[in-house]
Ligand binder design. Structure first.
Ligand code: PLP
Length: 406
């Protein structure tokens, strides 16, 4: 291959995923990204200030690795390319990415609208920690634009969504929500961890900031923590200086390198896992022990029209409810599964299943009452098994589920 690169817009997204931000090493010609461990780079005296305020990386990008480092920057450029964005900031974890957004754009006296269902750690951060800092927080049903409009206050600065949302796989209509955010003059962030850019590119639907836990599908191998915020350069630069530089939520070069390698196979992994999820959904839906299956790619998903508009694939996450006692079934899974792992994380090459009981998660995290609780129960009943589909042969996964359900 010559060193003449094609402009990104002349490549299909799956090809761009292998390319964005990657150039052969100018000294060695190495094709794979280098792992640069150095925390420091030398610089010319007088060219760099001591303050990190407005760290936009134009003058001295690699001055000190808490701003960024060459390997972390290669990841950030690849992420920006994948999401069709100007810039990205890689963070130590997915929760650090959400915290970075909250602590950059919210000050004492400001107001946040957060999805009433989202990843538990982010929900607890929003509803338990931010109020201690004088930030008002309203959990809201973001599937209902009128409810969001009604929740907006003069002090609202940010709406935080998640789609599909973990664990019930309810979808949020990003175009509708971004219209509300624009009308209100507030920023909209969306946690797109369960979708990945293979399935949804939120910025194309008017979202301001995309958040990922890179720990999940983006790395895809269950061996590195990481997170990212992706969006306009001016927004990312503010987040970098506040959260990266001052709060120290920076990603390590070693994890950035692992995640870059994981991203090389993002498209084939998601396509294959999504196809397997489709087969498993059909099998589960026909099984007499199953009361309900939720998969965003299914024709009977209650928000199928939203999925058609903003999801290229159904994704690799399935939620199902059973007719049997879930505690007994969970114990059988832990005992009888030979392939699927009974464990908490998701988005890895190996399939993972866990039961999320309604009473338990309501007690620990959401504490819903009234209409919010009945909305939750509409989707989750008394609890769901959350299945993250990996890269195994579908026949083996069906055999494993049969060992537990038949
Ligand atoms: C949707 C979603 N967002 C964020 C996170 C947090 O990511 P991390 O564990 O990398 O902090 C998770 C973790 O499960 C998640 O599922």
């Amino acid at each position: 291959m010559s060193d003449q690169k094609l402009p990104p817009d002349q490549m299909q997204p799956a090809t761009r995923a292998l390319d964005a931000g990657l150039a052969p090493d100018p000294v060695t010609g190495a094709i794979a990204p280098n792992l640069v461990a150095s925390v420091n780079n030398t610089f010319t005296p007088g060219t760099a200030g001591f303050s990190a305020e407005g760290a936009d990386l134009t003058e001295q990008p690699y001055l000190y690795a808490r701003w960024t480092n060459p390997t972390v920057r290669a990841l950030e450029e690849r992420l920006a390319g994948l999401e069709g964005a100007e810039d990205a900031l890689a963070t130590a974890t997915g929760v650090a990415a959400a915290a970075a957004v909250f602590l950059t754009f919210l000050n004492a006296g400001d107001h946040l609208i957060v999805s009433e269902v989202c990843y538990a750690g982010v929900y607890e951060l929003a509803t338990r920690i931010l109020p201690d800092l004088g930030i008002a927080v309203t959990p809201c049903d973001l599937t209902d634009p009128a409810a969001v409009r009604a929740a907006v206050r003069p002090t609202t600065r940010l709406i935080h969504a998640e789609t599909p949302c973990n664990p019930i796989l309810r979808l949020t209509d990003l175009a509708a929500l971004s219209a509300v955010a624009r009308e209100a003059g507030v920023l909209l962030s969306v946690d797109s961890t369960l979708a990945t850019p293979v399935i949804t590119r939120p910025l194309d639907h008017g979202v301001d900031l995309v958040i990922h836990s890179l720990t999940k599908f983006m790395n895809g191998h269950g061996d590195a923590l990481g997170g990212a915020v992706i969006g306009r350069k001016d927004l990312i630069s503010r987040i970098r200086s506040r959260a990266g530089v001052y709060l120290g939520a920076t990603l390590s070069a070693q994890n950035a390198w692992l995640i870059l390698r994981g991203l090389d196979t993002l498209y084939p992994r998601l396509r294959m896992a999504s196809q397997t999820a489709s087969e498993l959904t059909g099998w589960l839906a026909r099984h007499p022990a199953i009361a309900r299956v939720t998969w965003p790619g299914a024709d009977d998903h209650p928000q199928r029209e939203i999925a058609r508009r903003q999801m290229a694939l159904g994704g690799a996450m399935i939620a199902f409810q059973t007719r049997q006692d879930p505690a007994t079934l969970a114990a059988r899974m832990a005992d009888r599964f030979r392939i699927i792992h009974y464990a908490f994380s998701l988005g890895h090459q190996r399939s993972i299943c866990v039961h999320i009981g309604t009473d338990e998660i309501q007690r620990s995290t959401f504490r819903m009452e009234g209409a919010a609780l009945s909305r939750w129960k509409d989707w989750a009943g008394e609890g769901v098994f959350r299945l993250s589909v990996g890269l195994e042969d579908p026949a083996d996964l069906i055999a494993d589920l049969s060992r537990v359900l038949d």
